[in-house]
Design a protein. Structure first.
Lengths: 113, 116
């Protein structure tokens, strides 16, 4: 069975500092991995996705994530946080042969001025 | 483009009442799904569909029914509402890949349901 674990339900960073949001997955077959962002009172929107083409994936708004099979991780990073990055971030996994997305419990990012 | 449209945005029900959350998409996506979002629990899949006439259960299907008579619409029915169903509900759609999974999800803006 596939699963996703996001470490840290709340993360605070200063504006301009590095953002690192952690995601570890469990899957018996090669996974497809996604990061979504949710702004207050809105639905989720895709930040980036890993579909086995390249291990380093670049997304919107300066975010990127690296797929590390040996560590079963897909951490999200951004070199310099901006106030507009304050939101909740969700990691998700799906595998071939299933139609069931599994979401992590989310990490709420706070950006301090 | 409208994308995924959910109605209503807000609803208050009394225990035992029934209601339907509507979801429509205009992207010709085969895959549609319903999630509930609760604090600290992320999104949990209720039901999904990979095409008209085909539905299946997700992680938390109890108390909910769905049907898919057209590609565009995927309503979620609460037959007898309970306070435990107080949540924010999201509908999402996607295309289906030949490898047997979906692409990225496109979400509606959510429906906030309170059951008293």
């Amino acid at each position: 069975a596939q699963s996703v674990t996001q470490l840290g339900s709340h993360v605070s960073v200063s504006e301009g500092a590095l953002v690192l949001l952690r995601c570890n997955y469990s899957s018996s077959v090669p996974p497809y991995l996604f990061w979504y962002v949710q702004y207050p009172n809105q639905g989720l929107q895709l930040l980036l996705k890993y579909t086995s083409a390249a291990t380093l994936v670049k997304g919107i708004n300066g975010f990127e994530a690296e797929f590390k099979k040996s560590e079963t991780s897909f951490h999200l990073t951004k070199p310099s946080a901006h106030m507009r990055d304050a939101a909740e971030y969700f990691c998700a996994v799906i595998t071939s042969g299933t139609y069931k997305y599994i979401f992590g419990t989310g990490t709420r990012l706070k950006v301090l001025a | 483009n409208a994308g995924v449209t959910q109605t209503p945005k807000f609803q208050v029900l009394k225990t035992g009442q029934s209601m339907t959350l509507q979801c429509a998409q205009d992207m010709n996506h085969e895959y549609m799904s319903w999630y509930r979002q609760d604090p600290g629990m992320g999104l949990r899949l209720i039901h999904y569909s990979v095409g008209a006439g085909i539905t299946d259960q997700g992680e938390v299907p109890n108390g909910y029914n769905v049907s898919r008579s057209t590609t565009e619409d995927f309503p979620l029915r609460l037959l007898s509402a309970a306070p435990s169903q107080t949540s924010v509900y999201f509908c999402a759609s996607s295309y289906v890949r030949t490898q047997g999974h979906t692409g990225e999800l496109f979400f509606g803006e959510g429906s906030r349901l309170t059951v008293l």
